[in-house]
Design a protein around this ligand. Structure first.
Ligand code: G6P
Length: 579
């Protein structure tokens, strides 16, 4: 996690870096810092958010600078632990995203050789190692020390003695934006889009030297060429555009994200490994795991293809899959556990596919084939449009493998999503905002929908919420039911309807208020529950989507009613690059 930005060119660096860091706050926001080359190294760093303290860094001089927004791993978030970090002589400043796993031993050795450490971070060892290796060439110094580092890093390094930024990457994302007489370095394209759409995505092991007129890339010691890619994300997508929060804007962008993302695949572009596979293993984390779980239900039911799913972090504790297609789902393309699981699958000779939203992300360098959804940049920490776009791709996979039974359904699904965006959920919000705990329940594919609903609620409203398979609630959680513990039940007119109605009556009998999502006109359901949320009458695939959108809106409005920091919930980050 953590976001980094660098600038070198003709303009004053600090305002560009401040603006860029604000765009990367979704990666971490407990502290921030900027270093520029003005009169020597000028540094401003603080605990707290760049969006609230930007003015403090505006005085920094110079046209070369690096910046960092932090999600603390080693050392509490305070002014001292904030990046940039410097060497003993203040000749070198660095920012780092990732974790140096062997930092403790390196630190002991450096202290024994007389280095003085100021912070508790793993990062500071890098500054001191560069100091030891720096004579008159910053690039060589970085090339010399990189092999000593174990772990993940995207690094930017500056020194007042050189007119350049050195950037290095290993297992943490780093993109170089190419402007006119200027270069940008950043954790992703969002800070860069305003200036250029031309970018080079560094590979693991690359070290780059950026000067105003020149970009040189080395792989270790060897000079290499990397292709320049055009990133067609729009800068407007990175702005709030009149919405109170990015999350609400992104929820409203879902009809488009779904429509566009279903079009990433047709029979011609369907990867051969999907066409011929007879079994699938899915690895993912967080919301992506829930998308995978929904996919498992649909794939098994519709195509008869057995699918196994594991949390990516647990994948290594199970016997490896034998010759089955392994699909990694990750909106950021950077989740460490998902990357590790895919590498492991490859080491067992399994074909691999990644489904991701971010061009140039690490996962696309690991998987044999990558399917890019088309959600555009997602800034809010809670996944919404990227989640719906994942489902668009996954539902399209099911459609194509099933002989295109659902083409029409998918073609029109965005209209039903549009319809539910306009729903009034105020009664349900009132019930949720005073709850101590909320249960979400469903059956079949609506069980993972419940998991995702509960995840959205807990991560942004901080109300304890749990998703359950409806039949499981009586095996323990019933003990927790009371008038302060609403249950949100999804009750669709399918083979689960009768048993869901019985489950709802059991919950009501134990004093829990029940909010139910059902199909419009279902008076039997509406009569037995406290709050009825009617969804348009649609196909099951679309019911899944519309239920999810209602849950996103319910979480959003509840969080707003409780005055939570919706786009940046406490302790969380959007891109989790540590295992
Ligand atoms: C973090 C984010 C979640 C996301 C999860 C997996 O926890 O806050 O929204 O679902 O990571 O991320 P991925 O990028 O792999 O989908």
């Amino acid at each position: 996690m953590c976001g980094i930005v660098g600038y070198i060119g003709r303009k004053t660096a600090a305002p560009i870096i401040i603006k860029g860091l604000k765009k990367l706050e979704y990666r971490g926001y407990d502290s921030f810092g900027i270093a520029t080359i003005g009169s020597g190294i000028e540094i401003c760093k603080h605990a707290g958010r760049i969006s609230e303290n930007a003015r403090s860094a505006l005085h920094l001089n110079g046209t070369i600078g690096i910046g960092h927004t932090r999600w603390a791993t080693h050392g509490v978030p305070n002014d001292i632990n904030a990046h940039p970090h410097t060497d003993c002589k203040n000749r070198i400043a660095i920012v780092h995203n990732g974790i140096i796993e062997n930092y403790a031993i390196l630190k002991r050795q450096l202290i024994a050789r007389g280095h003085r450490f100021l912070s508790e971070t793993d990062t500071e060892v890098i500054a001191h190692l560069i100091e030891e290796n720096y004579k008159d060439n910053l690039l060589s110094a970085v090339q010399n020390i990189v092999p000593k580092l174990q772990g993940s890093f995207a690094l930017l390094v500056i020194s007042p003695e050189e007119e350049r930024i050195i950037a290095a990457r290993n297992a943490s994302p780093l993109v170089i934006g190419i402007g006119d007489g200027e270069y940008f370095a950043a954790s992703d394209m969002t800070p860069v889009l305003e200036y250029t759409e031309r970018a080079v995505f560094l590979e693991d092991g690359d070290i780059a030297s950026l000067s105003p007129a020149n970009l040189e890339i080395y792989h270790g010691e060897k000079r290499v060429e990397r292709s320049v890619e055009l990133v067609d994300w729009s800068v407007e997508d990175t702005r709030k555009g009149g919405f109170a929060h990015y999350m609400l804007k992104e929820i409203y962008e879902q009809p488009q994200a779904f429509y566009d993302s279903t079009r990433t695949l047709d029979q011609e572009t369907l990867p051969a490994s999907v066409k011929k596979t007879s079994s699938v293993a899915i690895v993912a984390c967080g919301s992506s795991f829930h998308a995978g779980l929904i996919f498992k239900y649909l794939l098994e039911e519709t195509c008869g293809i057995p699918a196994r799913i594991e949390y990516a972090s647990e994948f290594k504790y199970f016997p490896p899959p034998v010759s089955c297609l392994v699909i990694g789902i990750t909106q950021s393309g950077e989740t460490a556990d998902t990357l590790t699981a895919l590498k492991q699958a490859k080491s067992h000779n399994c074909p691999t596919i990644a489904i991701t939203n971010v061009p140039g992300s690490s996962v696309s360098r690991i998987a044999d084939t990558t399917i890019f959804m088309r959600a555009g940049p997602e800034i809010s920490v809670a996944a919404t449009k990227s989640f719906i776009a994942q489902l668009a791709v996954l539902m399209q996979l099911v459609n194509l493998r099933s002989g295109e039974q659902f083409t029409k359904v998918l073609l029109h699904a965005h209209r039903a999503i549009e319809e539910v965006l306009l729903m009034d959920l105020s009664d349900a919000v009132s019930a949720c905002k005073q709850a101590q705990s909320i249960f979400y329940v469903g059956r079949g594919p609506f069980y993972p929908v419940s998991l995702e609903g509960a995840l959205k609620m807990k991560e942004i409203s901080y109300i304890h919420a749990e998703g359950y398979a409806a039949g499981e609630l009586k095996h323990g959680p019933f003990a927790l039911l009371s008038k302060d513990t609403p249950v949100i039940a999804i009750c669709m007119p399918d083979e689960t309807y009768g048993v869901m109605i019985s489950n709802i009556k059991e919950m009501k009998a134990r004093g829990a208020p029940v909010i139910a999502l059902g199909i419009e006109g279902d008076s039997e359901l509406a009569d037995i529950v406290d709050i009825f949320i009617p969804l348009p009458k649609t196909h099951k695939f679309v019911q899944i989507l519309t239920s999810l959108v209602v849950f996103q809106l319910l979480a959003y409005h509840t969080a707003v009613a409780l005055q939570r920091d919706v786009d940046k919930p406490r302790n969380l980050a959007k891109s989790v690059t540590v295992e």
